[in-house]
Design a protein around this ligand. Structure first.
Ligand code: ADP
Length: 540
């Protein structure tokens, strides 16, 4: 027997329609790439998204076409996503921090038909446009008078949209139709395309809005620093309009001072980004004696959040840290570290031990850890194994069938992360399986060592890599960027770490550098760091 409920396909336009009807005047605020602060609202975003949909159709785009965006977080980017999805085409976010050749490779792989681009990235497009034969039209997010001279045929977005009246009806189709596309950044091989569906984006947005996740409401003012081109914007482009939360977009400026200005002037209550962004903000706050009176919580993920960062936000600025874990393949949120009641009963130190964990799974994410033979491992907080996940917003395959080995017969996706699960259901990442250090048949977590080292007052950033060792196979080398004007000694760093980790985890050496290489998504680029230290050997 079938249930007698209505068929209401989970299509993205329902989200922006809901926001326009129920929260029409709620603001969408952006630092405009052309200068100044731009203010609009959900009603207007919906109306202009309809024009985008109408314009795309007029330009010959149809169901399944890939429409690329190379852009910062702004109102125009948001309305483009909804306009693109509204005709069943696919927004394909490009990461401008990749090399131009990588962007061209990805665009060719996706066969992008049109491109929406911010002024900042025109030089990239000029360098690659003739290498992407599928590309028919380039629309620049700007007023007609700001359109630059170019060898390419560029069209101003505002001029393009002004010729449309928005008299358009959203298209209906199957909810499993592809809606968005994002390539993994290739830190672990060739980039692979992940294809979100309308259904997965909506289910993921709903899951993200659970109180133990982002917990957004119409009273929140959300500043997503995490770019829309990084892992589907961590659901914010869906979960904010679903709840009617105010959106505050940082545009092109993500340095500490600019983020501080947006957080305080626009009174953000929630914000989200990778740890490197928060390092810059905390540095700025310290130098300028800043305060964060409106900010209630900060979501930190994409890379492990060090204990010292959690302590700084919570103890100095009164902002709750929600450590989060996820990946492009998971839409991307997989876990957030909020406290269950049993954690409330613990003492402060034990609570902090929980806060550094990546968190517990929301409904819609099934999680398990296994050994190499796919046997389940216990949730005891000590045993670590391969972290595998399953759910309606988790990839079941990559674009063009790549990476088949990452998916098992039971539909679980191997995240490539190694983790523990504790008795309360909190997951803690030990490492990426490719980064973990194998010493004498045992594993050493580079993340644990890095997080400990950045707790030293003179350390700005730390990275640990394995160096070949004749006796132990591999031993840890700690690479450090000192804080401005500081020059700590290796012994000082090591004695700071002593007693806080097992003796045999202690790094065999400490090296100081001016800069640690980062990936296009702001993570430590261990492949490059290993190359940089490929000839390095310990003398004991
Ligand atoms: P890419 O692999 O392209 O860099 P993702 O953003 O999808 O892009 O990266 C996902 C990976 O980032 C995870 O598999 C994990 O290794 C790492 N990661 C994400 N969040 C955290 C976190 N809170 N702590 C430790 N590692 C994390």
């Amino acid at each position: 027997m079938q249930g007698l409920m209505q068929e209401w396909p989970l299509l993205a336009y329902k989200v922006i329609e809901h926001a326009a009807l129920n929260h029409p005047n709620r603001e969408v605020i952006s630092r405009s790439v052309e200068g100044g602060i731009h203010r609009t609202n959900y009603l207007d975003v919906r109306n202009r998204a309809l024009k985008v949909a109408q314009g795309l159709e007029k330009d010959g785009c149809k169901l399944g076409d890939r429409i690329a965006t190379l852009a910062w977080n702004t109102w125009r980017h948001l309305e483009s996503w909804y306009g693109i999805m509204g005709i069943g085409a696919i927004y394909h976010t490009l990461n401008p921090r990749l090399f131009p050749e990588q962007i061209a490779w990805i665009m060719n792989d996706a066969e992008d038909k049109m491109l929406f681009v911010d002024l900042t990235f025109i030089p990239i497009v000029e360098a690659i446009a003739d290498k992407v034969p599928s590309l028919e039209k380039i629309i620049v997010y700007c007023e007609p008078e700001n359109l630059p001279e170019s060898k390419l045929n560029l069209i101003s977005y505002e001029a393009w949209i002004s010729e449309l009246d928005g008299d358009f009806k959203w298209h209906d189709f199957d909810e499993n139709t592809a809606a968005g596309m994002c390539y993994t950044s290739g830190t672990t091989g060739d980039p692979k395309g992940v294809l979100y569906s309308h259904r997965s984006n909506i289910l993921h947005g709903l899951a993200a809005n659970q109180v133990d996740m982002l917990g957004l409401s119409s009273r929140d003012r959300l500043l997503p620093v995490v770019p829309m081109f990084h892992a589907n914007a961590w659901s914010t482009a869906f979960s904010a309009p679903m709840t009617g939360a105010t959106l505050i977009f940082p545009g092109a400026q993500m340095d500490g001072a600019s983020i501080y200005e947006m957080l305080t002037k626009e009174r953000a209550t929630v914000t989200a980004a990778v740890p490197t962004v928060w390092l810059m903000l905390l540095d700025h706050l310290e130098k300028d004696d800043g305060k964060l009176p409106d900010l209630e919580r900060v979501v930190i993920g994409g890379a492990a959040c060090p204990r010292s960062m959690i302590e700084a936000f919570q103890n100095k600025y009164g902002v709750k840290v929600c450590h989060a874990w996820g990946m492009t393949e998971m839409s991307p949120l997989g876990a957030i570290c909020t406290f269950k009641p049993e954690i409330d009963a613990m003492d402060k130190d034990a609570q902090m031990d929980i806060s550094v964990k990546q968190g517990h799974a929301p409904f819609t994410v099934e999680m398990k850890i296994t050994d190499d033979e796919n046997n389940d491992l216990p949730w005891d907080g000590k045993t670590f194994g391969r972290l595998k996940v399953r759910g309606p917003a988790v990839a079941k395959s990559y674009f063009k069938g790549r990476g088949k080995e990452d998916f098992d017969a039971n539909g679980f996706f191997d995240t490539g992360d190694v983790s523990t699960m504790d008795e309360h259901g909190y997951m803690q990442i030990t490492d990426r399986s490719k980064d973990v250090i194998k010493s004498g048949g045992e594993w050493i977590s580079t993340i644990d060592l890095e997080n400990l080292a950045v707790g030293h007052p003179d350390v700005m950033e730390a990275a640990v890599i394995g160096i070949p060792h004749p006796k132990w196979d591999e031993r840890p080398l700690l690479v450090i960027v000192p804080k401005e004007g500081k020059s700590p000694k290796p012994e000082e760093i090591l004695s700071f770490m002593e007693g806080k980790i097992a003796k045999w985890w202690m790094p065999n050496g400490v090296e100081f550098v001016d800069e640690i290489p980062h990936t296009a998504t702001g993570k430590i680029q261990k492949i490059d760091l290993r190359k940089q230290f490929s000839d390095y050997r310990f003398n004991k």
